[in-house]
Design a protein around this ligand. Structure first.
Ligand SMILES: Cc1ncc(C[n+]2csc(CCOP(=O)(O)OP(=O)(O)O)c2C)c(N)n1
Ligand SMILES: [Mg+2]
Length: 397
């Protein structure tokens, strides 16, 4: 035994480390503890007068319409996936209030760096549904020419960057873009999203630190939906809340009821106003719940109880806003049914039109990398164009 390996006289040996998943007490972040939680919409449909920002009827009706459209769109896309008509899809069901309220609180020139479940913000900010659905199909109607990972939507015209399949990189990217806006002295605000799982990634921590030190005009929003695929928040963090992690870096941080569209709108509007006026970044933890599967490749019944899902379904953002609109005399069953029929028709028309489009032309494979195609790629493209088309490229039609 070498000197280094010898146990010093008098030293006690540490018991073997227990490396099994510890039955640590659940963090408050996991329990959805409402310490400091901003909420406005009460379960009975009334508003808390102490926190109500007094949003007008038109804005609330617009929010309801957008949540409803996304609910129907997600259901339709998942159905198409199950029928083998699109390859992959991840729904936002149960979490719609946070991205939709955020989109409604931004100016058109602001930028969005989404995580997995905020693609809808493009639609809210005017991106056409047809072109959005074409990104799910990845065909010739897709502005990205079918090259992106499936359902990784993005829209240059609405300043929305593609989300990344890797968890986390969009957070420092958002902070970097916000720093650029600050250096250019323009009034752009950048919003960066993440899930609860992403707060375990190094990217989260470097982004928070940088955002605070350089006081960038960025609003970072964590959708704490209580699961990172099959990993519950209690296994993700032992911190009291997720918001407290932002505070540790010196970023003003808060918690909001993420299923309350009015509370999220208020929280984000205030954070955006502060960022725009030079007040620096904000971190918002939005408490919500992923009601459906993580994606079309997941079966959540293998790791969580139906009872838990049912509990959160009662706090459904659409249900709660609908209750409030009804109490305000702005919605009844007939109006909701008519809206649903109109939105379903809009979605069905987009799907029919997009599904009939050809796949991306083969030769587009060579576009967009070189300003001028090198000789060897010109040769390859010519050879491809000369060769017979397979059925996947419209050859069999
Ligand atoms: C760096 C990295 N690690 C692991 C994965 C696999 N993965 C995909 S989604 C996901 C969970 C993400 O959870 P969360 O951030 O809470 O977002 P949510 O899906 O709940 O919206 C994981 C671990 C990945 N894509 N990237
Ligand atoms: Mg999550």
């Amino acid at each position: 035994m070498s000197e280094l390996e010898a146990t010093p006289p008098g030293a006690t040996t540490r018991p073997a480390a227990d490396v099994s998943p510890s039955p640590a007490p659940p963090s408050r972040a996991a329990e959805g503890d409402d310490e400091g939680l901003l909420s406005v919409l009460r379960d009975d449909g009334t508003l808390d007068p102490a926190t109500d920002p007094g949003l007008d009827d038109a804005l609330l009706l617009r929010a309801f319409r957008e949540i409803k459209r996304l609910r129907l769109l997600d259901a339709r896309m998942l159905l198409l996936q199950r029928q083998g008509r699109v390859g992959f899809y991840g729904a936002c069901t149960g979490q719609e209030a946070t991205p939709i309220a955020t989109a409604l609180a931004l100016e058109p020139g602001d930028w969005i760096f989404p995580a997995l479940r905020e693609s809808v913000m493009m639609l809210v900010r005017g991106f056409p549904l047809r072109t959005y659905v074409a990104q799910v199909f990845g065909n010739s109607g897709d502005l990205l020419k079918g090259r992106q990972m499936p359902s990784h939507m993005s829209g240059r015209r609405v300043n929305q960057v593609s989300w990344s399949s890797c968890i986390g990189p969009q957070i420092p990217q958002a902070v970097g873009a916000a720093w650029a806006a600050k250096l250019r002295r323009d009034s752009t605000v950048v919003v960066g999203f993440m899930g609860d799982g992403a707060t375990s990634e190094p990217d989260f921590h470097s982004a928070m630190n940088f955002a605070a030190v350089f006081r960038v005009p960025c609003v970072m929003i964590c959708q704490n939906n209580h699961w990172a695929i099959s990993v519950p928040t209690a296994r993700q963090t032992a911190s009291r809340t997720i918001a407290i992690k932002g505070r540790a870096y010196g970023v003003p941080s808060m918690r909001v009821d993420g299923n309350d569209v009015i509370a999220v709108y208020r929280a984000v509007s205030e954070a955006v106003a502060r960022a725009r006026s030079g007040g620096g970044p904000t971190f918002i933890e939005a408490l919500t719940y992923r009601v459906g599967a993580h994606s079309s490749s997941d079966d959540p019944s293998r790791y969580r109880s139906q009872e838990e899902v049912d509990r959160w379904t009662q706090r459904d953002p659409l249900l709660r806003l609908g209750r409030h609109l009804a109490a305000r005399g702005l919605l009844d069953d007939a109006a909701e049914a008519a809206l649903e029929a109109e939105l379903n028709a809009e979605i069905a028309a987009a799907v029919t039109e997009v599904e009939g489009m050809d796949p991306p032309a083969r030769e587009t494979l060579f576009d967009d990398v070189y300003a001028e195609l090198p000789w060897h790629l010109r040769e390859q493209r010519a050879e491809l164009v000369r060769s017979p088309k397979g059925p996947a490229h419209g050859g069999g039609r």
